[in-house]
Write a protein that binds this ligand. Structure first.
Ligand SMILES: O=C(O)[C@H](O)COP(=O)(O)O
Length: 323
């Protein structure tokens, strides 16, 4: 079955709200359909292309996004992580979790500002949670990008969605950046705290208790996910579906949430459960990592479009037009 993936110019695996997803594309211009492949997998009862994402990815060459394809050992790629801009519930100081709340005007501005700061960092593929605040942040930031490619959300939740969103021009496909949405990147599910005011909750249960719920690694809020539980799905998704792109030399942006990103950063920077308690992410601030030889090197946050030095980490990437 791997051969069916070979011609896809984006060579990516999709993901929406299903636990195990793979791209399925039978022509070079068809969007991937994770749900379709997953469905087939279930029907056939086979595990032929659902157990080894790395093997799948190596089959799916993205020739349209690189002038040269360096071998995996030579390749070096960029990873941008960005927490969404301020949401309407951030503004009201409410626990948000998996509630789907849009950005405030300030959040919109933060996303645009973030876009300016990363505008010269190449991006081949974008991952976001399924929540609107992360999607808005990704899309608004891309309005500032010098590549001028169009970010397009992949809809593969059904065969019909795949068919109806098909692009029939190879040229247009090459001028696009696929945006993959994945529930695994969602904010931690905050359980019975969702919708409650953070200050009032601290007054009711005590500051220490609420701090423990918000920042400890393995203590869940009532009926919600601990950071550890959030990490089990977010980091697994990162390893299975995002890291293979980086290994193949593709430049990735991930727009997600305070806690799903804290868990991913814990993995990237090998933080202990004690260290991660002190990790705080501001809304709308992009963080840059270089992926090289299986390692993630933190480069902090790009400062601005004029400060090329911050992310001028390699000659090859700077010279790569990525058009
Ligand atoms: O879900 C929320 O309320 C915030 O996005 C993150 O909240 P926290 O800082 O309390 O983890």
């Amino acid at each position: 079955m791997a051969a069916t993936f070979l011609n896809h110019p984006w060579g990516l695996q999709g993901s929406c709200c299903i636990p195990s997803s793979r791209m399925f594309a039978s022509s070079s211009l068809r969007f991937p359909s994770s749900s379709l492949s997953w469905h087939r997998h279930k029907v056939r009862g086979s595990s032929s292309f659902s157990d080894d994402p790395a093997a799948f990815i190596s089959d799916a060459i993205i020739s349209s996004h690189r002038h040269e394809s360096p071998s995996e050992s030579e390749s070096e790629s960029t990873l941008i992580l960005i927490r969404h801009g301020e949401s309407l519930w951030n503004e009201k100081n409410l626990f948000t979790g998996c509630c789907d709340v849009p950005l405030t005007r300030k959040g919109v501005e933060e996303a645009i500002e973030a876009g300016k700061r990363i505008s010269y960092i190449p991006i081949d593929i974008i991952f976001t949670s399924v929540l609107i605040r992360a999607k808005m942040t990704a899309m608004l930031s891309m309005t500032q990008h010098h590549q001028k490619k169009v970010p397009i959300i992949i809809h593969n939740e059904s065969e019909q969605a795949t068919a109806w969103t098909r692009i029939y021009s190879e040229k247009t496909t090459k001028q696009s950046i696929p945006v993959i949405t994945a529930w695994q990147l969602n904010e931690r599910m905050y359980g019975e705290l969702q919708g409650l005011n953070k200050q009032e909750t601290a007054e009711r249960y005590g500051k220490e208790k609420v701090h423990e719920w918000r920042r400890s690694f393995d203590i869940p809020p009532p009926k919600g996910e601990s950071l550890e539980m959030c990490s089990e799905r977010a980091v697994a998704y990162f390893k299975d579906f995002i890291e293979p792109h980086l290994k193949s030399g593709r430049h990735v942006m991930v727009a997600a949430h305070g806690n799903s990103l804290r868990s991913i950063i814990m993995y990237l920077e090998k933080l202990t459960s004690q260290e991660v308690m002190n990790l705080e992410l501001s809304t709308g601030v992009p963080l840059l990592y270089i992926y090289k030889e299986g390692k993630f090197i933190s480069r902090g946050s790009p400062v601005g479009t004029t400060e090329v030095g911050v992310y001028a980490y390699t000659q090859s990437t700077n010279n790569n037009e990525h058009d």
